[in-house]
Design a protein around this ligand. Sequence first.
Ligand SMILES: C[S@@+](CC[C@H](N)C(=O)[O-])C[C@H]1O[C@@H](n2cnc3c(N)ncnc32)[C@H](O)[C@@H]1O
Length: 295
Amino acid sequence: MSKIGPFFNPIQWIKAYKFQKNNAKFDKSTYDLELYLYSKILNNNMLHWGYFQNTNIEPDTISLKMVEEAQIKYAENIIDQISDKKNAVLDVGCGMGGLAELMLKKKLKVEVLTPNRNQIDYITSKFKDISSHNCKFENLESDSKYGTVINSESLQYIKLDDAFKKLETIILPNGKWIVVDYFRLNDNGINKSAHLLDSFKSKLEEYGWNITYERDITANVLPTIAFANLYYNRFLIPIKHYAYEKLRYKKAWLFYLTEKLRVSIDKKIVKENASIDPEQFVNEKKYMFFVLEKN
Ligand SMILES: C[S@@+](CC[C@H](N)C(=O)[O-])C[C@H]1O[C@@H](n2cnc3c(N)ncnc32)[C@H](O)[C@@H]1O
């Protein structure tokens, strides 16, 4: 009775209501649970899919270390495109600062931006002198101008018009905008994260940006996606089944009462899985590497 007591106590219901109200104020960009999870799994402060040179590698031969190496390669590919070594680089949506760290090692002047408080605290405690902006890119207020602006897997979080308008105010003449991210090929997929590639390209024209480098790196990113998919199907799904069944045997009444919760968890899992199913990814998305310059 003591364990189910709260269900029948009106005071607990009022407290639960207040608790629900306070927690509903959650803003994904300031505290992103998925990104927090990945930052605990991977150790090199990078939160992107990485770049595998060997595109034929089998997922069950991939180690976490190999994923981390692929992430370093991805970051190095970005740094290779930075030609202006004099003016500052703005790393928009800098995550845990892995790319910024590599750029600092190469003696580039780096500023980081992320709306996520944990990420900013982590980076500024590690690099005491780094200039940082704890805000959404679209809300950035700065008189500084940058020779290079980077969006490494972060453009998908920003409305395109907002991104283009903000860029106009902060990019130096002849400055470069490096965008590495995945884009949707059409509007039919179940996972709607990412911009439509066609929309992005028409916005480039509309706002007067030239593409000076364009590469489809989907094949190089797929090994990480296949690796994540393998762990998902071989660990996460069986563990979920185990937990549900354990609940059913041990506390059948609670299992019965939480059916709707389980249905919503399962729906969320199906949606998230769509982004790490290699076949679905190839059908619905392209992972692109762009270097852009203003006309
Ligand atoms: C997938 S992570 C990529 C992190 C990092 N660029 C990397 O490659 O490791 C996405 C990043 O975009 C940031 N982000 C989300 N919404 C944003 C916004 N509106 N403006 C700028 N950054 C944003 C997140 O906080 C996170 O740092």
